[in-house]
Design a protein around this ligand. Structure first.
Ligand code: NAD
Length: 358
């Protein structure tokens, strides 16, 4: 297969982890006789410094010309004082909107050898954990009307949560399709006891469910869902939710599986196009220190092979190699807790162990 992959390293640990993900893809390229062309592009804080804007037009155009995008992370303290609409993180919203990436898939899988890194009691996670958060990504409060105005209560800021039937319907189809090839259960999460947008969400999801009679649908309020994720995470298979609730719940899920450094994600448009990125941010506190866990970026590359290129064997090979690295006791600092038979490694070293196991 010939493929053109846009790579946006971004800021902080972004360049460190994407470099390792690209190295892994190069091993796959050689081992399975594919031809990947990598186009490196700027976005985020580094683009602000170079071009005065976080998402240059050329980056968007080159992404559109590519088959898939691999992104590191954007943001950092250097740009924290910029006005909201000029911050590096706006590049993410811009890419999602420009590339129509409305479906965000965030799997949370507990690798058996990381059971000790999970903060929950062993009996709660016995037998492992494997859930998938399907988050709507281009609508809701993050994209709704926002502003600040003067009122008799002083400055008053607002951000509007808003969803159309079309937006809800297409993300619901994504969640049900995913559940079909998993454990056939969807939990839709909303706040329908309070929010009008959630009531529409619930009724459209219920309507779409009729097209998938083999899938069991249940609904939970988001406050209860946050509690259930800690109390009994194994009850979940596919979690379907809005942009803001998905943002928060998937970070919660990341702690259950040990570290945010292990969590990949895919953001999909219609067709096979997708942008793949670790769930974590640019981690300025450890940037440039060879301490970042590259597994989330590497597993994001595996998701790219699977979802955009349909290369399931290649994706499985990467996941198996990640599992072997962990089983052999190799850990980056975020996962290292001085257990017997474990070895602390830096970003580059753990990635080369993985490449050699591939
Ligand atoms: P963060 O995910 O960057 O870091 C949270 C904590 O997790 C930190 O202690 C960090 O060291 C640790 N961590 C994160 N990734 C790790 C990895 N791969 N290996 C080891 N440890 C890791 O979140 P934050 O501190 O809230 O945000 C930092 C910056 O990143 C901010 O500017 C924020 O806006 C940005 N951000 C970007 C994205 C993105 O690009 N998709 C997502 C979230 C946050």
């Amino acid at each position: 297969m010939n493929a053109r992959i846009a790579v946006i390293p971004g800021d902080g640990i972004g360049p460190e982890v994407t470099k390792e993900a690209v190295n892994v893809l190069k091993v796959i390229e050689e081992k399975f006789a594919h031809k990947f062309e990598f186009i490196e592009l700027d976005a985020g804080g580094c683009a602000i410094d170079k071009y005065g804007e976080c998402l240059p037009k050329e980056t968007v155009n080159e992404c559109k010309k590519s088959d898939a995008v691999l992104l590191g992370a954007v943001g950092g303290w250097q740009w924290d004082n910029l006005p909201g609409n000029q911050r590096p993180e706006m590049a993410l919203l811009g890419l999602r909107k420009e590339l129509n990436l409305y479906a965000n898939l965030r799997p949370a899988m507990l690798f058996p050898s990381l059971a000790n890194a999970c903060p929950l009691k062993p009996e709660i996670i016995q037998g492992g954990l494997d859930l998938l958060v399907v988050r709507e990504l281009t609508g809701g409060i993050y994209f709704g009307e926002k502003g600040i105005k003067n009122t008799d209560m002083g400055k008053t800021a607002y951000d509007i949560e808003q969803y159309s039937e079309t937006e809800i319907r297409r993300i619901a189809h994504t969640a049900f399709s995913m559940a079909k090839v998993r454990n056939k259960s969807v939990t839709s999460i909303d706040k329908a006891n309070v929010l009008e947008s959630s009531r529409l969400w619930r009724s459209v999801v219920t309507e779409v469910a009729k097209e998938y009679p083999e899938i069991k649908l249940s609904h939970l309020y988001v406050d209860n869902a946050a509690m259930q994720l800690i109390r009994n995470p194994k009850q979940f298979d596919v979690i379907l939710t809005s942009n803001i609730f998905g943002d928060i719940l998937s970070d919660e899920a990341s702690q259950i599986v040990g570290s945010i450094g292990m969590l990949p994600s895919a953001s999909l448009a219609d067709g096979n196009f997708g942008m793949y990125e670790p769930v974590h941010g640019s981690a300025p506190d450890i940037a440039g220190q060879n301490k970042a866990n590259p597994m989330a970026a590497i597993l994001s590359a595996a998701m790219m092979l699977s979802y955009t290129f349909n290369l399931t064997n290649e994706a499985n090979a990467i996941e198996t190699a990640v599992n072997s690295v962990l089983e052999k006791g190799y850990r980056t600092a975020d996962l290292f807790c001085n257990e017997e038979n474990t070895t602390l490694l830096g970003t580059k070293a753990i990635s080369s162990v993985l490449c050699s196991l591939l």
